[in-house]
Design a protein around this ligand. Structure first.
Ligand SMILES: [Zn+2]
Length: 103
């Protein structure tokens, strides 16, 4: 899971937002890569980390880039109900602890 840092600097929030915007407009990866001055593979892995849908599935849902309620990282939400990113949702123990601390 560390390969993301191999050949590219971390994405800024602005770049992530721009990536999501272009991706959801179904702009070809090659063009997005040129716009953001990243490699096409960096664009694809960036999209993957933001949980953006496959480009041929973009129109199936209304997607929106949100900040996760738990870790504050940007991710692609599939709707109002979806406010927590997949990695956080995959940790039920952690969310249980959060509830204990909140209560
Ligand atoms: Zn999260």
């Amino acid at each position: 899971m560390k390969k993301e840092n191999l050949n590219s600097a971390p994405w800024t929030e602005k770049e992530k937002a721009e990536l999501a915007r272009l991706w959801l407009m179904q702009i070809p990866v090659r063009i997005i890569a040129e716009q953001l001055q990243r490699s096409p593979s960096a664009v694809v892995s960036g999209a993957w980390r933001l949980q953006l849908p496959r480009q041929d599935e973009v129109s199936l849902h209304q997607h929106l880039l949100r900040s996760c309620l738990k870790c504050q990282k940007s991710f692609c939400s599939q709707g109002k109900h979806n406010r927590i990113c997949d990695p956080c949702r995959a940790h039920p123990t952690r969310s249980m602890l959060d509830h204990i601390f909140v209560a």
